[in-house]
Structures are given as structure tokens and as C-alpha cells.
Design a protein around this ligand. Structure first.
Ligand SMILES: Nc1nc2c(ncn2[C@@H]2O[C@H](COP(=O)(O)OP(=O)(O)OP(=O)(O)O)[C@@H](O)[C@H]2O)c(=O)[nH]1
Ligand SMILES: [Mg+2]
Length: 302
């Protein structure tokens, strides 16, 4: 693959951090497509999602992970397990934090856990959301971070949303990737099927439309994905965790569910590049997030 003397590099990079720090936003920006859903709510990502970046020098397989947090439900425990498993199998660890929030106890614990040397891969710290703080707040934050993890290989302030300095990150992490040929074809950008992407796009709109605990007790199951002459037709069931969530999601005269459906459909049409017909149903499945069998069916077994 290498046309000159620079060896081609290819490897896995885990994106790790507390919920809501911007891991999925960063991955989407780097690969130039929305393969991981993004919302202002924590615990948006529930799976390990690959985003594949390829150019003439390197192939970087980013592994977006669920935010590391404490949670009592089986779903939450599985999510955290997924994140640590992704860290173990990666070549490089990118540990992200949100600089608009104080360096809190949870973030410190997380950094200490990776800094203790139990995982030997190089660590790059990303200080995200620099677009949203005054410049002078960055330096003390960088110092704090260097004290917490003096042996990390780099500390990079950037904005995932604006895309500033993400090239600095890409070049830094490339240094630490093993030499080797690309694993995926250059036109692949995720490991998710169109079916899985459809489920995630619907879930994103549910997260955006609903409040309090409702989104966290919601899952989406795509029951049919039919390719047709002019596009695709998708049947999806939205699982809610309690009887009283159902009318809240459907809304007066079905308005809220219609909005969820039309927004998800528009996003999917853009992603898939074809017409999409999206049929949605709402089903109550109390406590699905604690049922190992159900979590397995939904691909959330960790
Ligand atoms: N101002 C600002 N906001 C950002 C930036 N990056 C991400 N965000 C916002 O932060 C929120 C969370 O972003 P996500 O990408 O979903 O965060 P995440 O780390 O993947 O979250 P989980 O999947 O819940 O762990 C969204 O509202 C993003 O728009 C940034 O660089 N600047
Ligand atoms: Mg995410």
C-alpha cells in the first residue's frame, strides 16, 4: 500500500471517557459520516461502534465506546464492560474529557484507572469542547491532567464539534499504530449493518424527544428491513420500560411519534442515499434493561 518510504500503518484506537464528553461526535467528525448517534444526554452510546478512517498513509479503526459510568441496571453494567473490553483490544487509547465541566471525581478515577499501567498501550488525552471555554482556562486544566497521568504520550485540546485540531490528534495517534496493511476496504466506514444504523437513528430521535428517565429505558428493535425498487422500507419497534411511557412517546394524536419517525427518516435518507419508508410501533416491555435474554436479542449483552 505504501507508495513511498513511509510505511503504511493500521490499527485500533479506543475512544474512552465519561458519558457525554463527545466521543461519538469526534469519531463522526474524523470519518466524515454519522455512524454513531449523538445527543446532549449522557449514556447515548450503548454498543461498541467501529468508525473506519482510511487514507494513503494509514487506516485507523476507531472504536467508539459507551461512556464509563456507575449504574445499577444490567444494561449499564454491560455498557461499562464493553468500554473496558474495547480498551484492552486497542493499539492506542484516547481518553477524552469535557473541559466545560470541572475535573470531577468520576473523571479523576477514570484517568487514574488507565494511568495505573495495568494497560500498556500508549495513552493520548483529549480535552474536548475547547470552543466553549475561554482560552485561559485551558492551561491550568492541562497541568492538572499532566499531574494525574504524567506518562501519557500526548495531551491534545480540540473541538470535536467544530473539527478544530482533530488533525493533530490523527497525526499523533498514527505514530503509535503498528505497521501493516489496511484491514478494511477503503470505502468501508463502519461495521454496523444498515439495519443497526436504522435502529440507532430512531433511538437518537427518541433520546432527543423525551425527558427524564424515559430515554434510558427505551430501546429500538428493527423487525424488518426491505429493499425495494426506489429505496427501503423499515419496520421498527420502540420498546419502552413502563406502561406510562407509551402515551408520552406517542403524544397527542400521535404527534410526537410522527415527529420522531420523520426526523429519523430524513437522517437515514441522507445516510443511505435513498428513499426510506419508516413504520414505527411502541411496545411496553417492563424492565427489559435487566433481562439478559432481552439484552442479548438487542445486541446489548456486553
Ligand atoms: N461545544 C461543544 N459541544 C460538543 C463538542 N463535542 C461534542 N459536543 C456535544 O456534547 C454532547 C455529547 O456528545 P456525544 O458525542 O454524544 O458524547 P459521547 O461521549 O459519545 O456520549 P455517550 O455516548 O453518552 O458516552 C452533544 O450535545 C454534542 O453536540 C465540542 O467540541 N464542543
Ligand atoms: Mg457516544
Amino acid at each position: 500500500m505504501s507508495g513511498n518510504h513511509i510505511p503504511y500503518r493500521c490499527g485500533k484506537v479506543a475512544l474512552l471517557g465519561r458519558p457525554n464528553v463527545g466521543k461519538s461526535t469526534l469519531m463522526n467528525h474524523l470519518i466524515g459520516a454519522k455512524v454513531a448517534i449523538v445527543t446532549p444526554k449522557p449514556q447515548t452510546t450503548r454498543h461498541r461502534i467501529l468508525g473506519i478512517y482510511t487514507d494513503e498513509r494509514r487506516q485507523v479503526v476507531f472504536v467508539d465506546t459507551p461512556g464509563i459510568h456507575k449504574g445499577r441496571q444490567q444494561l449499564n453494567r454491560n455498557m461499562v464492560r464493553v468500554a473496558f473490553a474495547a480498551a484492552e483490544e486497542a493499539d492506542v487509547l484516547v481518553i477524552m474529557q469535557d473541559v466545560t465541566r470541572p475535573l470531577d471525581h468520576g473523571t479523576r478515577l477514570l484517568i487514574e484507572r488507565f494511568a495505573d499501567g495495568s494497560l500498556s498501550q500508549p495513552r493520548i488525552h483529549v480535552l474536548n469542547k475547547v470552543d466553549a471555554i475561554p482560552r485561559q482556562r485551558l492551561l491550568p486544566r492541562l497541568r492538572q491532567l499532566q499531574e494525574l497521568d504524567p506518562h501519557a504520550v500526548a495531551y491534545i485540546p480540540l473541538s470535536a464539534r467544530k473539527g478544530t485540531k482533530t488533525d493533530v490528534l490523527l497525526d499523533e495517534l498514527t505514530k503509535w499504530l503498528p505497521q501493516g496493511e489496511a484491514i478494511y476496504d477503503a470505502d468501508w466506514f463502519t461495521d454496523q449493518s444498515q439495519r443497526q444504523l436504522a435502529a440507532e437513528y430512531v433511538r437518537e430521535q427518541v433520546f432527543l424527544a423525551m425527558h427524564q428517565e424515559i430515554p434510558f429505558q427505551t430501546a429500538v428493535d428493527v423487525e424488518a428491513f426491505r429493499e425495494q425498487e426506489h429505496g427501503v422500507e423499515i419496520d421498527a419497534v420502540i420498546l419502552v420500560g413502563s406502561e406510562r411511557h407509551k402515551p408520552m412517546l406517542i403524544g397527542k394524536g400521535g404527534e410526537r411519534l410522527k415527529l420522531v419517525g420523520s426526523r429519523a427518516r430524513l437522517g437515514l435518507e441522507k445516510l443511505l442515499g435513498c428513499r426510506v419508508r419508516l413504520n414505527l410501533w411502541v411496545k411496553v416491555d417492563a424492565d427489559w434493561f435487566n433481562h439478559p435474554g432481552k439484552l442479548m436479542d438487542l445486541g446489548l449483552h456486553g
